[in-house]
Write a protein that binds this ligand. Structure first.
Ligand SMILES: NC(=O)c1ccc[n+]([C@@H]2O[C@H](COP(=O)([O-])OP(=O)(O)OC[C@H]3O[C@@H](n4cnc5c(N)ncnc54)[C@H](OP(=O)(O)O)[C@@H]3O)[C@@H](O)[C@H]2O)c1
Length: 250
């Protein structure tokens, strides 16, 4: 199948709450010609694709080892230079065996590795492997899902050691990469994005303490991020922004 790809969107980690909302959002955006969704899962039934838009979505299933990810980047190389929007949505806060640490004694090496793998290693590998796919003439805005708790300056409560550290590490590598992308691919702008507390499986166990009106729907956040990306400038620096487009202290 051939695709009209001159202004495409790429969503990596497309089966999550925010990833699938972004896929749905970009499918309904007539300025976006094609949506590439990359996930470890089969295409989710949660992503409702109107029949007239079915040919606009390309679903790519992968594992998150570097070899498999490199194969995805090779596959996308035929569409190099056509991506205007890229969202990297990977993240892990808890699982059946992992719970955010409340105190020093909760820190566990295996959990630290797993949290860093999904929050830091996988997003950073995408930005390495996709360099040639994103470089080109099309202005390309790349939003990587970070979190406010990754801010060192804003950390007054402590706790959640591995999640906080993995997002702070992500922010630092993104900062480095923005400097290198500015030199080698001036059409690319990087954003570290905090969605606010959003109603997904990641936040589910912590939603009871969220003040009323402060738990966002994934569709609302996808729309906010899309607007932020539309107004972003190719200024060669990493922006660290919240769902309202407000800068977050590093
Ligand atoms: N929800 C919130 O309140 C909130 C707040 C602040 C920041 N964030 C951040 O927003 C991003 C999206 O989170 P979400 O709320 O949409 O969570 P979610 O529904 O749990 O989605 C998790 C995402 O992470 C990917 N993922 C899970 N385990 C992974 C692993 N081991 N290796 C690589 N990727 C893995 C999944 O990709 P597949 O498509 O392959 O399944 C999926 O895209 C995360 O970076 C999260 O930290 C969320």
């Amino acid at each position: 199948m051939t695709h009209n790809t001159f202004n495409s969107a790429l969503v990596l980690g497309a089966s999550g709450g925010l990833g699938s909302a972004l896929v749905t959002h970009f499918l309904s955006d007539s300025a976006i010609t094609c949506v590439f969704a990359v996930s470890s899962q089969e295409q989710s039934a949660a992503i409702l694709v109107p029949p007239n838009l079915a040919s606009k979505l390309v679903w790519i299933k992968t594992e998150y080892d570097e070899q498999s990810m490199a194969e995805v980047a090779d596959q996308l190389q035929s569409y190099a230079g056509s991506f205007g929007r890229v969202c990297i949505c990977h993240g892990l806060l808890h699982s059946e065996t992992i719970w955010p640490e409340k105190r020093l004694e909760d820190i566990n090496a295996e959990a630290l590795h797993e949290i860093f793998q999904s929050n830091t290693v996988v997003p950073v590998l995408w930005l390495k492997l996709l360099f040639k796919v994103l470089k080109g003439k099309t202005p390309c805005i790349v939003a990587t899902l970070s979190a406010r708790v990754g801010s060192i300056g804003d950390n007054h409560m402590g706790g959640w050691h591995s999640y906080r550290a993995s997002k702070a590490a992500l922010n630092m590598v993104l900062k480095n990469m923005a400097i290198e992308y500015a030199r080698r691919a001036k059409n690319v702008k990087l954003i570290a994005f905090h969605p606010g507390t959003t109603d997904t499986s990641l936040s589910k166990p912590f939603q009871a303490s969220v003040p009323s009106g402060k738990l966002f729907s994934p569709a609302f956040v996808a729309s906010q991020l899309s607007q932020i990306m539309a107004s972003a400038e190719l200024d060669g620096v990493l922006s660290y922004l919240d769902w309202n487009g407000q800068p977050i202290t590093w």
